[in-house]
Design a protein around this ligand. Structure first.
Ligand code: 5AD
Ligand code: SF4
Length: 425
């Protein structure tokens, strides 16, 4: 989501006549787009800003701004922490970028806007991804009404708001006309898409509309909330040829006691039933998840239930995190905070288990022929090209960069934990 927000900011600035540079030393404006969902992400943003202070000393006219969730959370407080900042831009105000920069240049004073609006103007900004990308993000909704007890998102992104299906379809047609063949539909909880619109499509209906757009060969979406995952969505996996066989379905924990305190709205048993439903409609579906360890009050026996659930589902991959207190959330005030050392040990155990599951899944693909959408040259070896299977596995293949954007057939020759090696056929 943040990558797409950054692309939108770049689009707004380039529409206003600014030109992109990869060299920080040449820039007149530098914006750090931040995430505050976990303590570590926030820490990263602060160190990035610290590095920019030196540039500002060398070039006093440089405008330095901070945008995104951390900017929304801290507002003017940011100026105390980083006095060299010129701009603090909240999550609902990206569209005001050019006028705010003009204000800074004209008045030589600092500017901040963290106001919330009922309707987020930047939702409708059409953004083409950087040149050469074959895949684009499309925001279908923003904000969140769920208020999971650990999560800061509803506070920094505001209430849920869906875009109309007409707007979304128009944008995807525009992307397809510009050579994009894969779209990822974005929202904090795409399964509740449409609940703020009257009489428009729900999420399965939206997927069915998107699947009819000429030129769109692959559709992905993220993120799904298990409590709102319907049979109608599971049917889409069986019915729509261009819907990729992958779902990211964050479970967060395997213990009902913890899930209840997290205010997730489902039990482990209900989650497992939804997994069964998905697998019954789409037997080869790849399932990934997010898991938090060390939530306040999580006992060893609770953690064991997360491990048991992982052994039952056998996720293709998981993103796992140590719980961190976020300001203003309900769980910040919960008792039973877990010691860092215990969180670290739990995370280590969980990640080792996941690595064995990921490798096991990838090994089952050896000798299988897969369609791979080539994304470009491999990060690890210039002689290789890299792409993704429909079930979202990275495949490295010896091949020509000219194949970028094309879908090739590759036989999987070797499985690793986080990627596959393939041979073009
Ligand atoms: N501590 C740790 N992990 C968190 N996440 C969200 N809030 C927190 C927190 N306070 C994780 C969840 C979510 C992912 C985006 O970040 O697993 O799905
Ligand atoms: Fe946060 Fe829960 Fe909303 Fe996801 S569904 S963004 S975890 S509050």
């Amino acid at each position: 989501m943040n990558v797409h927000d950054s692309q939108q900011m770049a689009q707004i600035l380039s529409d206003a006549g600014y030109v992109k540079t990869d060299e920080a030393g040449r820039a007149d404006i530098i914006i750090v787009n931040t995430c505050s969902v976990r303590g570590k992400a926030a820490q990263k943003a602060y160190s990035q800003l610290g590095r920019l202070r030196k540039l500002k000393k060398k070039k006093p006219g440089l405008v330095i701004g901070v945008a995104g969730c951390l900017a929304q959370e801290h507002g003017t407080e940011f100026f105390k922490r980083a006095p060299y900042l010129d701009l603090v831009l909240g999550t609902h105000n990206i569209h005001r970028f050019p006028e705010m920069i003009e204000e800074i240049n004209n008045t030589k004073s600092r500017v901040v806007d963290t106001s919330f609006h009922e309707s987020v103007r930047s939702l409708g900004i059409r953004t083409l991804p950087p040149d050469g990308d074959v895949s684009a993000y499309v925001t279908i909704m923003q904000g969140c009404n769920n208020f999971c007890s650990y999560c800061i998102v509803p506070y920094v992104r505001g209430r849920e708001e869906s875009r109309t299906s007409g707007d979304i379809i128009d944008e995807i047609r525009f992307l397809a006309d510009n050579g994009i063949s894969e779209v990822t539909l974005l929202g904090q909880n795409v399964n509740s898409y449409g609940s703020t619109l009257s009489g428009d499509a729900d999420f399965p209906a939206l997927l069915r509309m998107v699947s009819k757009i000429n030129g769109i060969n692959r559709i992905r979406f993220t993120t799904s909330h298990p409590k709102d995952l319907s049979g109608g969505l599971a049917d889409c996996f069986a019915d729509l040829d261009n819907l990729c066989e992958h779902i990211h379905l964050p479970v967060q924990a395997g213990s009902n006691h913890v899930l209840k305190r997290m205010k997730r709205g489902y039990t482990a048993e209900e989650y497992l039933k939804k997994i069964d439903m998905l697998k019954s409609r789409c037997p080869d579906i790849s399932i990934t998840s997010d898991i938090i360890v060390g939530f306040p009050g999580e006992k060893d026996s609770d953690f064991q239930k997360t491990i048991d659930l992982m052994k039952e589902v056998r996720f293709d991959n998981t993103f796992s995190f140590k719980y961190s207190d976020r300001r203003g959330t309900a769980s910040e005030k919960y008792d039973g905070k877990i010691e860092e050392e215990v969180k670290r040990a739990r995370l280590c155990e969980l990640q080792a288990l996941q690595e064995s599951h990921s490798l096991e899944k990838n090994r089952s693909l050896e000798e299988v022929v897969k369609d791979v959408l080539i994304e470009g040259v491999s990060k690890n070896n210039d002689a290789d090209i890299t792409g993704r299977t429909r079930d979202n596995k990275i495949v490295n293949i010896a091949g020509d960069i000219g194949l970028t954007g094309k879908t090739v057939k590759a036989r999987i020759t070797r499985a690793y934990t986080h990627s596959l090696r393939g041979e073009m056929i």
